[in-house]
Write a protein that binds this ligand. Structure first.
Ligand code: GDP
Ligand code: CA
Length: 310
């Protein structure tokens, strides 16, 4: 069963890990990852969502944070701080090796998708991880205080400014990474991970050709909003600031016309009929992935359900 998961960072990575473990062959999974958070720092190319997905699939991730590497040390950052350098974006010593080697290869003219594939091989990841595009598509956040580059908004300002909208710079002319559209077209189902709809999933869907490649096949979205709250991060705050109460139903409305299937948490069972009224099939289950086993259980439920309902 070939499956594509669309993913951002932590929420996306946890779900993608569950799907990888639920499939009998991990090579049947392609994860298409947001690149809107990518930026340059200290002259290095940083790809936070891509690295979170790869580290998680490789079981190298820091279980406490969900991002970065386990067993990480911070000697370089401390030395940078002692020099008065910027320490607002934390780069661990092991993580820095990824950024150094990726930047070196990008400068040598290699595409991000190939570098990512090689890194995954080195880390023992058998699923395929693809940046949605080899071109940078930086997300700009339109706020009350003007337009902010994504990491300025997210990390430096701790997602405090009120959002009014988003812009994915250059997306109109971005080409999907080699193999991305073919993976979508050949997939038996596409799963939209419980990632942030506005800044993790929309930048993937905005790449020309992606939505079209998903037409006519089962597309199941898992709600990142549970009981009116985001499990982590600004998704609920963003819904509110854009004028919509944050609910699983609001997430379903966001994916209307694209998702054929929608997964709500058991806490949100009361919204099931309203989501079905949007024309989607629904599954109500426990969607909180607090342990690796729960990721696999959720993925298994979703895959079994799709098998019998699509
Ligand atoms: P980021 O790029 O690291 O911010 O991560 P994502 O966009 O992939 O994921 C952030 C979203 O994941 C947030 O909106 C969370 O509510 C959601 N999320 C995180 N953990 C879980 C979980 O265990 N279950 C569900 N349903 N959503 C989750
Ligand atoms: Ca992210």
């Amino acid at each position: 069963m070939s499956i594509v998961v669309l993913a951002g960072g932590v929420g996306g990575a946890k779900f993608a890990y569950g799907v990888m473990r639920a499939l009998s062959d991990p090579a049947d999974l392609t994860v298409i990852v947001n690149v809107g958070d990518d930026f340059e720092h200290f002259g290095l190319k940083i790809c936070p969502d891509l690295d979170t997905v790869c580290y998680t699939l490789a079981e190298l991730e820091n279980p406490a944070t969900g991002w970065g590497r386990r067993g990480e040390s911070w000697r370089v950052m401390e030395a940078v701080r002692a020099l008065g350098g910027p320490a607002w974006f934390r780069l661990g010593d092991l993580d820095l090796a990824t950024h150094l080697e990726r930047t070196r290869r990008l400068r040598a003219g290699q595409p991000l998708s190939r570098i990512t594939a090689d890194f995954c091989r080195a880390w023992g990841v058998r699923a395929r991880v693809l940046p949605v595009s080899d071109q940078p598509i930086p997300t700009m956040v339109l706020t009350d205080e003007g337009e902010l580059p994504f990491q300025e908004y997210f990390v430096r300002r701790g997602w405090q400014p009120r959002v009014r909208g988003f812009r994915f710079v250059g997306v109109e002319s971005a080409a999907p990474a080699p193999g991305a559209l073919a993976a979508l077209r050949e997939a038996e189902a596409v799963l939209i991970a419980p990632s942030n709809p506005f800044v993790s999933i929309d930048p993937i869907l905005a790449v020309p050709g992606v939505r079209q490649a998903m037409q006519g096949k089962p597309v199941a979205a898992i709600s990142p909003i549970i009981g009116g709250q985001a499990v982590k991060g600004p998704a609920a705050k963003m819904f509110r600031e854009l004028g919509t109460p944050p609910t699983a139903h609001a997430v379903a409305v966001h994916y209307r016309g694209l998702a054929t299937h929608f997964v709500l948490d058991a806490q949100d069972q009361g919204q099931q009929a309203a989501v079905e009224a949007l024309g989607m099939l629904t599954l109500v289950t426990d969607t909180l992935m607090t342990t690796p086993q729960k990721r696999v259980t959720l993925a298994n439920r979703v895959l079994e359900w799709l098998k019998h309902n699509s």
